[in-house]
Design a binder for this molecule. Sequence first.
Ligand SMILES: NC(=O)c1ccc[n+]([C@@H]2O[C@H](COP(=O)([O-])OP(=O)(O)OC[C@H]3O[C@@H](n4cnc5c(N)ncnc54)[C@H](OP(=O)(O)O)[C@@H]3O)[C@@H](O)[C@H]2O)c1
Length: 236
Amino acid sequence: MSNHPITQSPNSSSITQSPILSIIGGTGKQGTALAARFAKAGVQVIIGSRDAQRGADAAKALNARLNLQNISGTSNRDAAKQGDIVLLSVPYDGMKPILEDLQDAVQDKIVINIASSLDPEKKTRAKIPAEGSITSQVQNFFGERARVVAAFQNISPEKLESEDAIIDSDVLVCGGDKDAREKVIALCARAGIDAFDVGVLANAVAVETLTAVLIAVNVKYKVKGAGIRLTSVPRG
Ligand SMILES: NC(=O)c1ccc[n+]([C@@H]2O[C@H](COP(=O)([O-])OP(=O)(O)OC[C@H]3O[C@@H](n4cnc5c(N)ncnc54)[C@H](OP(=O)(O)O)[C@@H]3O)[C@@H](O)[C@H]2O)c1
Protein backbone atom coordinates (compact mmCIF):
# COMPACT_ATOMS: atom_id res chain seq x y z
CA MET A 1 0.00 0.00 0.00
CA SER A 2 1.22 3.51 -0.75
CA ASN A 3 1.36 6.05 2.01
CA HIS A 4 0.57 9.27 0.23
CA PRO A 5 0.37 12.23 2.58
CA ILE A 6 -2.60 14.52 2.05
CA THR A 7 -2.48 18.16 2.97
CA GLN A 8 -5.46 20.21 4.16
CA SER A 9 -7.36 17.11 5.17
CA PRO A 10 -9.80 16.88 8.05
CA ASN A 11 -7.77 14.09 9.59
CA SER A 12 -4.45 13.74 7.83
CA SER A 13 -2.91 11.26 10.28
CA SER A 14 -5.62 8.71 9.51
CA ILE A 15 -5.45 9.38 5.75
CA THR A 16 -1.74 8.56 5.61
CA GLN A 17 -2.48 5.09 6.98
CA SER A 18 -5.27 4.41 4.53
CA PRO A 19 -5.01 2.96 1.06
CA ILE A 20 -6.04 5.30 -1.73
CA LEU A 21 -9.43 4.24 -3.10
CA SER A 22 -10.03 4.71 -6.82
CA ILE A 23 -13.63 4.41 -7.94
CA ILE A 24 -13.99 3.60 -11.63
CA GLY A 25 -17.31 5.07 -12.82
CA GLY A 26 -17.37 7.07 -9.61
CA THR A 27 -19.58 9.65 -11.35
CA GLY A 28 -22.60 7.30 -11.05
CA LYS A 29 -25.08 6.75 -8.26
CA GLN A 30 -23.36 3.95 -6.36
CA GLY A 31 -19.85 5.28 -7.02
CA THR A 32 -20.77 8.73 -5.72
CA ALA A 33 -22.33 7.22 -2.59
CA LEU A 34 -19.21 5.10 -1.96
CA ALA A 35 -16.93 8.08 -2.61
CA ALA A 36 -18.91 10.18 -0.14
CA ARG A 37 -18.90 7.52 2.56
CA PHE A 38 -15.16 6.82 2.37
CA ALA A 39 -14.10 10.43 1.87
CA LYS A 40 -16.07 11.47 4.95
CA ALA A 41 -14.12 8.81 6.85
CA GLY A 42 -10.85 10.46 5.78
CA VAL A 43 -9.91 8.09 2.96
CA GLN A 44 -8.31 9.67 -0.10
CA VAL A 45 -10.72 8.95 -2.95
CA ILE A 46 -10.13 9.27 -6.69
CA ILE A 47 -13.19 9.38 -8.93
CA GLY A 48 -12.60 7.85 -12.36
CA SER A 49 -14.65 8.50 -15.47
CA ARG A 50 -14.42 7.69 -19.18
CA ASP A 51 -14.03 11.46 -19.47
CA ALA A 52 -11.27 12.91 -17.26
CA GLN A 53 -13.00 16.30 -17.04
CA ARG A 54 -16.25 14.66 -15.94
CA GLY A 55 -14.30 12.85 -13.21
CA ALA A 56 -12.65 16.09 -12.07
CA ASP A 57 -15.98 17.93 -12.09
CA ALA A 58 -17.67 15.18 -10.07
CA ALA A 59 -14.87 15.30 -7.49
CA LYS A 60 -15.10 19.08 -7.22
CA ALA A 61 -18.86 18.93 -6.74
CA LEU A 62 -18.60 16.21 -4.09
CA ASN A 63 -15.85 18.04 -2.18
CA ALA A 64 -18.03 21.17 -2.20
CA ARG A 65 -21.15 19.29 -1.09
CA LEU A 66 -19.35 17.55 1.78
CA ASN A 67 -16.96 20.38 2.64
CA LEU A 68 -13.96 18.08 2.03
CA GLN A 69 -10.74 18.24 0.04
CA ASN A 70 -9.69 14.62 -0.17
CA ILE A 71 -11.57 13.70 -3.35
CA SER A 72 -9.98 14.12 -6.78
CA GLY A 73 -11.13 13.06 -10.21
CA THR A 74 -9.59 12.01 -13.50
CA SER A 75 -9.86 9.37 -16.23
CA ASN A 76 -10.63 5.78 -15.27
CA ARG A 77 -7.14 4.67 -16.26
CA ASP A 78 -5.30 7.38 -14.33
CA ALA A 79 -7.52 6.76 -11.32
CA ALA A 80 -6.62 3.06 -11.44
CA LYS A 81 -2.91 3.87 -11.78
CA GLN A 82 -2.95 6.20 -8.77
CA GLY A 83 -5.04 4.05 -6.43
CA ASP A 84 -4.10 1.20 -4.12
CA ILE A 85 -7.56 -0.32 -4.25
CA VAL A 86 -9.48 -0.06 -7.53
CA LEU A 87 -13.25 -0.36 -7.20
CA LEU A 88 -15.24 -1.01 -10.38
CA SER A 89 -18.53 0.90 -10.20
CA VAL A 90 -19.76 0.59 -13.77
CA PRO A 91 -22.76 -1.29 -15.20
CA TYR A 92 -22.00 -4.91 -16.09
CA ASP A 93 -23.10 -4.46 -19.71
CA GLY A 94 -20.50 -1.71 -20.20
CA MET A 95 -17.68 -3.38 -18.31
CA LYS A 96 -15.64 -5.06 -21.07
CA PRO A 97 -14.06 -1.93 -22.61
CA ILE A 98 -13.40 -0.63 -19.11
CA LEU A 99 -11.54 -3.83 -18.17
CA GLU A 100 -9.49 -3.59 -21.38
CA ASP A 101 -8.61 0.02 -20.55
CA LEU A 102 -7.53 -0.88 -17.00
CA GLN A 103 -5.67 -4.14 -17.68
CA ASP A 104 -2.16 -2.76 -17.11
CA ALA A 105 -3.08 -0.27 -14.41
CA VAL A 106 -4.57 -2.81 -11.98
CA GLN A 107 -1.72 -5.31 -11.95
CA ASP A 108 -0.49 -5.99 -8.37
CA LYS A 109 -3.49 -4.14 -6.94
CA ILE A 110 -6.66 -5.06 -5.13
CA VAL A 111 -9.70 -4.79 -7.39
CA ILE A 112 -13.26 -4.72 -6.08
CA ASN A 113 -16.16 -5.81 -8.27
CA ILE A 114 -19.49 -4.46 -7.00
CA ALA A 115 -21.65 -5.58 -9.95
CA SER A 116 -24.30 -8.24 -9.41
CA SER A 117 -25.42 -11.21 -11.48
CA LEU A 118 -28.88 -9.99 -12.47
CA ASP A 119 -31.14 -10.65 -15.42
CA PRO A 120 -31.05 -7.37 -17.36
CA GLU A 121 -34.65 -8.01 -18.44
CA LYS A 122 -35.85 -8.37 -14.84
CA LYS A 123 -33.55 -7.34 -12.02
CA THR A 124 -35.55 -9.23 -9.40
CA ARG A 125 -34.22 -12.38 -11.07
CA ALA A 126 -30.67 -13.68 -10.77
CA LYS A 127 -28.73 -14.58 -13.92
CA ILE A 128 -25.41 -16.31 -13.48
CA PRO A 129 -22.75 -15.69 -16.15
CA ALA A 130 -20.93 -18.60 -17.77
CA GLU A 131 -17.82 -18.09 -15.65
CA GLY A 132 -19.80 -18.51 -12.44
CA SER A 133 -19.83 -14.87 -11.36
CA ILE A 134 -18.91 -11.43 -12.63
CA THR A 135 -16.13 -11.33 -10.04
CA SER A 136 -14.65 -14.53 -11.55
CA GLN A 137 -14.87 -12.98 -15.01
CA VAL A 138 -12.99 -9.90 -13.79
CA GLN A 139 -10.37 -12.08 -12.05
CA ASN A 140 -9.90 -14.21 -15.18
CA PHE A 141 -9.63 -11.12 -17.37
CA PHE A 142 -7.03 -9.34 -15.23
CA GLY A 143 -5.05 -12.48 -14.37
CA GLU A 144 -3.59 -13.62 -11.08
CA ARG A 145 -1.48 -10.52 -10.36
CA ALA A 146 -4.66 -8.56 -9.72
CA ARG A 147 -6.39 -9.64 -6.52
CA VAL A 148 -10.10 -9.39 -7.23
CA VAL A 149 -12.80 -9.48 -4.56
CA ALA A 150 -16.58 -9.10 -4.59
CA ALA A 151 -17.99 -6.52 -2.17
CA PHE A 152 -20.75 -3.87 -1.84
CA GLN A 153 -23.25 -5.75 -4.06
CA ASN A 154 -25.81 -5.80 -1.25
CA ILE A 155 -25.66 -2.27 0.11
CA SER A 156 -27.71 0.56 -1.32
CA PRO A 157 -26.54 4.09 -2.19
CA GLU A 158 -29.20 5.39 0.22
CA LYS A 159 -27.56 3.53 3.12
CA LEU A 160 -24.08 4.65 2.09
CA GLU A 161 -25.19 8.28 1.93
CA SER A 162 -26.97 8.15 5.30
CA GLU A 163 -25.57 10.15 8.18
CA ASP A 164 -25.52 7.06 10.42
CA ALA A 165 -22.12 6.42 11.98
CA ILE A 166 -22.67 2.68 11.59
CA ILE A 167 -24.66 1.36 8.64
CA ASP A 168 -27.16 -1.39 9.50
CA SER A 169 -26.37 -3.34 6.35
CA ASP A 170 -23.46 -5.77 6.14
CA VAL A 171 -20.97 -6.05 3.31
CA LEU A 172 -19.95 -9.55 2.25
CA VAL A 173 -16.40 -9.82 0.92
CA CYS A 174 -15.11 -12.85 -0.99
CA GLY A 175 -12.29 -13.60 -3.38
CA GLY A 176 -9.24 -15.72 -3.95
CA ASP A 177 -6.80 -13.77 -1.77
CA LYS A 178 -7.23 -13.62 2.01
CA ASP A 179 -5.03 -10.56 2.47
CA ALA A 180 -7.06 -8.65 -0.14
CA ARG A 181 -10.30 -9.59 1.64
CA GLU A 182 -8.88 -8.41 4.96
CA LYS A 183 -7.71 -5.09 3.53
CA VAL A 184 -11.14 -4.38 2.05
CA ILE A 185 -12.78 -5.29 5.36
CA ALA A 186 -10.40 -2.94 7.20
CA LEU A 187 -11.22 -0.14 4.76
CA CYS A 188 -14.94 -0.68 5.38
CA ALA A 189 -14.39 -0.54 9.16
CA ARG A 190 -12.93 2.97 8.79
CA ALA A 191 -16.24 4.11 7.28
CA GLY A 192 -18.56 2.46 9.82
CA ILE A 193 -19.43 -0.43 7.55
CA ASP A 194 -19.49 -3.94 9.02
CA ALA A 195 -17.86 -6.16 6.41
CA PHE A 196 -17.31 -9.91 6.72
CA ASP A 197 -14.98 -12.38 5.07
CA VAL A 198 -17.31 -14.85 3.35
CA GLY A 199 -14.64 -16.94 1.72
CA VAL A 200 -13.31 -17.87 -1.66
CA LEU A 201 -13.99 -16.61 -5.18
CA ALA A 202 -16.50 -19.42 -5.88
CA ASN A 203 -18.78 -17.83 -3.27
CA ALA A 204 -19.11 -14.64 -5.32
CA VAL A 205 -22.08 -16.22 -7.09
CA ALA A 206 -24.02 -16.14 -3.81
CA VAL A 207 -23.08 -12.54 -3.03
CA GLU A 208 -23.88 -11.34 -6.55
CA THR A 209 -27.21 -13.16 -6.88
CA LEU A 210 -28.35 -12.10 -3.40
CA THR A 211 -28.86 -8.65 -4.91
CA ALA A 212 -31.80 -9.99 -6.96
CA VAL A 213 -33.39 -11.13 -3.69
CA LEU A 214 -32.89 -7.69 -2.12
CA ILE A 215 -34.30 -5.90 -5.19
CA ALA A 216 -37.34 -8.20 -5.00
CA VAL A 217 -37.73 -7.17 -1.35
CA ASN A 218 -37.45 -3.50 -2.30
CA VAL A 219 -40.19 -3.93 -4.89
CA LYS A 220 -42.51 -6.04 -2.76
CA TYR A 221 -42.27 -3.88 0.36
CA LYS A 222 -41.84 -0.52 -1.42
CA VAL A 223 -38.52 0.34 0.22
CA LYS A 224 -35.22 1.53 -1.27
CA GLY A 225 -32.41 0.12 0.77
CA ALA A 226 -33.13 -3.47 1.80
CA GLY A 227 -29.88 -5.02 2.99
CA ILE A 228 -28.70 -8.04 4.91
CA ARG A 229 -27.38 -8.43 8.42
CA LEU A 230 -25.49 -11.53 9.60
CA THR A 231 -26.51 -12.99 12.95
CA SER A 232 -24.43 -14.73 15.61
CA VAL A 233 -21.15 -13.20 14.48
CA PRO A 234 -18.83 -11.01 16.57
CA ARG A 235 -18.97 -7.31 15.74
CA GLY A 236 -16.76 -4.35 16.43
N1 LIG B 1 -27.28 1.62 -7.75
C1 LIG B 1 -27.38 0.65 -6.83
O1 LIG B 1 -28.35 0.58 -6.05
C2 LIG B 1 -26.27 -0.37 -6.71
C3 LIG B 1 -26.12 -1.10 -5.54
C4 LIG B 1 -25.08 -2.03 -5.43
C5 LIG B 1 -24.23 -2.22 -6.52
N2 LIG B 1 -24.44 -1.51 -7.67
C6 LIG B 1 -23.54 -1.73 -8.79
O2 LIG B 1 -22.73 -0.57 -8.89
C7 LIG B 1 -22.33 -0.38 -10.24
C8 LIG B 1 -22.66 1.04 -10.62
O3 LIG B 1 -24.01 1.26 -10.44
P1 LIG B 1 -24.66 2.72 -10.71
O4 LIG B 1 -26.08 2.62 -10.37
O5 LIG B 1 -23.81 3.74 -10.05
O6 LIG B 1 -24.45 2.79 -12.30
P2 LIG B 1 -24.55 4.01 -13.30
O7 LIG B 1 -24.84 5.27 -12.56
O8 LIG B 1 -25.48 3.62 -14.41
O9 LIG B 1 -23.10 4.05 -13.95
C9 LIG B 1 -21.95 4.35 -13.20
C10 LIG B 1 -20.95 5.05 -14.09
O10 LIG B 1 -20.44 4.13 -15.03
C11 LIG B 1 -20.19 4.79 -16.26
N3 LIG B 1 -21.00 4.14 -17.29
C12 LIG B 1 -22.32 4.21 -17.51
N4 LIG B 1 -22.69 3.45 -18.56
C13 LIG B 1 -21.55 2.89 -19.01
C14 LIG B 1 -21.26 1.99 -20.08
N5 LIG B 1 -22.22 1.52 -20.88
N6 LIG B 1 -20.00 1.64 -20.25
C15 LIG B 1 -19.02 2.09 -19.46
N7 LIG B 1 -19.22 2.95 -18.43
C16 LIG B 1 -20.48 3.32 -18.21
C17 LIG B 1 -20.64 6.24 -16.10
O11 LIG B 1 -19.48 7.00 -15.80
P3 LIG B 1 -18.75 7.95 -16.88
O12 LIG B 1 -19.77 8.31 -17.91
O13 LIG B 1 -18.33 9.12 -16.05
O14 LIG B 1 -17.63 7.14 -17.41
C18 LIG B 1 -21.54 6.18 -14.91
O15 LIG B 1 -21.57 7.39 -14.17
C19 LIG B 1 -23.08 -1.42 -11.08
O16 LIG B 1 -22.23 -2.50 -11.36
C20 LIG B 1 -24.21 -1.85 -10.17
O17 LIG B 1 -24.61 -3.18 -10.41
C21 LIG B 1 -25.41 -0.57 -7.78
